[in-house]
Design a protein around this ligand. Sequence first.
Ligand code: GTP
Ligand code: MG
Length: 304
Amino acid sequence: MEKKDLSNNQSPSFKSGFVAITGRPNVGKSTLLNTFLGRKISIVSPKPQTTRDKISGILTTDGYQIIFEDTPGINNKKDGLSKHMQKCINAALSGGDIILLVVDAFKGLSQTEEEILDRYGKSQNFICAVNKTDVAKADKVMPLLSQLSQKTSGDIIPISALGGENIDVLLDKIISILPAGSRFYSQDIITDKNHRFLSAEIIREKILLYYQQEIPHGAGIAITQFEYSEQKQLTEIYAEIYCEKQSHKKIIIGKGGLSLKKTASSARKDIEELLGGKVFLSLWIKVKPNWKESLSSLKQLGYY
Ligand SMILES: Nc1nc2c(ncn2[C@@H]2O[C@H](COP(=O)(O)OP(=O)(O)OP(=O)(O)O)[C@@H](O)[C@H]2O)c(=O)[nH]1
Ligand SMILES: [Mg+2]
């Protein structure tokens, strides 16, 4: 993205840039983005492969603008959706002024982290955050920190994204290596995603939370209508939930439609908070066995 001059009265010492947040699935990248921003932009769940897109969270003060780019967890799957996710990761890494690798203090390093460290660990703009230190004991964290220090000359900062521990230290480090430059976005913008996209994500988050096994990972959300009704004073949202099997459709709906009702009601409440007004939400389930391979389906879901 080219730097726009939005600088009206910015000082010459103003800093701005992109921070690519990367790492394995489930290490806490989206939680960290939300903690930096002080509000929820990116959905979070205990299941891996929650994030499927590159999602920017924009933090602007009088002194700097940081565009944090949340990315999908790195995986090697080869379906159409996974290829899209891989593209998002590559775009963030290649466009990032700073690479922020998030490592799970509890799980330690895997081949994935080794590859990132080999590629970026020695560069000036690399930082490693060791997350979930609230649940990992010191006897696990200390060896991990020394292992990491062999592989990178960048700062290694233990944090808890969930508890907010050491986030100020991490933020200070980011600001210290952020390049000088003017704003990319005006001050009031906090994300590059629109309400339609964020609403679909909220519905997907409820599916990740309420359903198990392959159902959440086989689900995609297509918003078919998103309109504010002046007359009714509410936003009407019609969405389709794609699933891969007839048996999944049954489970998503649940006995007497109760599971779907719970999903819809919980998503509606969060969307109302996002939009700051009343919402009518209708969810419809569609069985699409190969949606992850179908370009037209992926486009309907907002990918590509
Ligand atoms: N205890 C603890 N849990 C955390 C912390 N940060 C994140 N989590 C939890 O870890 C799980 C995964 O968090 P996410 O933020 O969705 O992880 P992610 O890296 O974005 O995952 P993907 O999008 O799947 O790549 C959630 O249950 C979070 O609540 C932390 O600092 N401490
Ligand atoms: Mg995520």
